[in-house]
Design a protein around this ligand. Structure first.
Ligand code: ZN
Length: 134
């Protein structure tokens, strides 16, 4: 079951550029920057209370984040919910006929197990499920 909003993913052209707003003006702090090669992105996490903002910058013009920005411009790209047991959650959603992008979890930033649900089955929002150590 869902425990909380783990993070909100925001696609930007440049993390360094966006950091001027998020750090200098909004007062958040980038605590972790990581490259997720499989996803062709560099990500920066900014804790915001009990959740985080995840800034996503593409490292490849053919990557999913570059494609997203090309199609829709910079902005909110996904919402990630923290779950206890991602395998069980995926199995339950699949059995209920929800369209999944990832049938099995893969490893995302910070070693979290993650999986995406297809926005066509979630009223237009790209949803990420995320299981990680507290
Ligand atoms: Zn994410």
């Amino acid at each position: 079951m869902i425990k909380k909003i783990d993070h909100i993913g925001i696609a930007v052209k440049s993390i360094a550029e966006a950091a001027k707003l998020y750090e200098e003006l909004l007062g958040l702090k980038i605590t972790q920057v990581e490259e997720v090669t499989e996803q062709k992105v560099k990500v920066a996490f900014l804790p915001t209370g009990d959740s985080e903002v995840e800034l996503l910058e593409s490292t490849d013009p053919e990557g999913p984040v570059a494609k997203f920005i090309e199609a829709r411009g910079e902005g909110m790209q996904h919402i990630a919910f923290r779950v206890d047991n991602i395998e069980e959650t995926l199995a339950r959603l699949k059995a209920a006929g929800v369209r999944l992008i990832d049938e099995k979890p893969r490893y995302g930033a910070g070693g979290a197990k993650i999986a995406f649900l297809h926005p066509k089955g979630t009223y237009g929002t790209l949803i990420e499920l995320c299981e990680r150590e507290e």
